[in-house]
Design a protein around this ligand. Sequence first.
Ligand SMILES: C[S@@+](CC[C@H](N)C(=O)[O-])C[C@H]1O[C@@H](n2cnc3c(N)ncnc32)[C@H](O)[C@@H]1O
Length: 415
Amino acid sequence: MESKSLNRGLSAAKAAKQDEFYTQYVDIQKEVEAYLEFDPDTFRGKIVYCNCDDPFESHFFKYFAANFNKLGLKKLITTSYDGSPIAGQLALFPEYDEGNGKRQRPKAMAVILDQVKDEDGDGAANVTDVELFLQRNQAARIALKGNDKYPGGDFRSPECIALLKQADIVVTNPPFSLFREYVAQLVEHGKKFLIIGPKNAITYKEFFPLIKDTKLWLGTGFANGNAYFSIPAGSGREYSDGVYDESTGLVKFRNVGWFTNLDHGRRHEELPLMTMADNLRFSKHKEIKGKAAYDRYDNYDAIEVPFTDAIPSDYDGAMGVPITFLDKYNPDQFEILGITKTWHGGASKTYPMQTQVNKDGKESLVSKLNDGPAIKVNEPPTGQTYYRVGTDNFIQLYARILIRRRTRPAGGTEK
Ligand SMILES: C[S@@+](CC[C@H](N)C(=O)[O-])C[C@H]1O[C@@H](n2cnc3c(N)ncnc32)[C@H](O)[C@@H]1O
């Protein structure tokens, strides 16, 4: 028991450490600009809240403070977390070190800007002016105390929830270890948001229904899911080989994306596709070219489309496509029907079931809920994972999103 809870404690500490990576200014700028290109007034008159951000360390704060007037913001609220190990600004505000110099880490605080003016009289309003403004206006910075349950600056703490309620748009890169909870809170409060998160969240049972119902979609940045972040000095060795690059000081994460409910242009671009007949004759993919027909699932009425660019333009039935399809998803062109993934229980009642292939290569979508639980087995020596249900063995295929071509635009009339 003791070692179990010790393990839990250690993995929580590990998860917390792994949450410490910081977004680059240029990535925020590129992403925000994609929304401005679609609608220059996306942020105009809005209260933006960065709720996992140390002011003056976070580039989210820096970006929105520096572009406060250009974006036409009404207010910028930033709250930092008591426990964040980054501490570059101890000297800036006395509240940060509690006046005794003992505290190693910055205390949680909220910084609230409702204007950015040329404080230093150099003819421009920029981040230096923001620093001056904050030094001159103590009311714009508030120490956050938290409560019995949450430390100061925790996005779940009552103080932060009160600030969230004021906000129109939440923009940040939150701790991935709390991503489910983080998103659930935004949805519960009906907020607009633009956040960074792990792409594997797409298949979470709490998350996928939001995508299916177009309440949330992918943003535009981080081509192919490759994203680079800075980390606290000296923590490079905590990352496995090939993740941390000493020369740049950045870690490279695969499979990270922007998630949002703000509109942008790419989701209104039509994905150019070939007909089914042309795909079967000319596809660049050997898995499609020369076949008589697309493969079908055994017990779900859909064709298997292993590549997004192999989606036939003229097929009206259901199609199973890779998750990366979502990077190109235009809700006027396709509707999402479900996902081929069980969550070992309830969700498969709502969404189509897991695609599996048995050890002879026979594919099927399997509903074994009534036949007893699927037992996960790792096959030595390959280490391949498969599932045993009764006497049958099933290898898990990649998850597929099930889609159907819209014959009429979302909310529009029949073509
Ligand atoms: C992935 S980092 C990103 C930091 C910053 N938003 C950025 O993009 O540069 C997540 C941050 O959330 C902070 N954090 C961890 N748990 C938190 C919580 N419960 N509430 C608020 N912030 C938290 C961490 O200390 C960390 O600085």
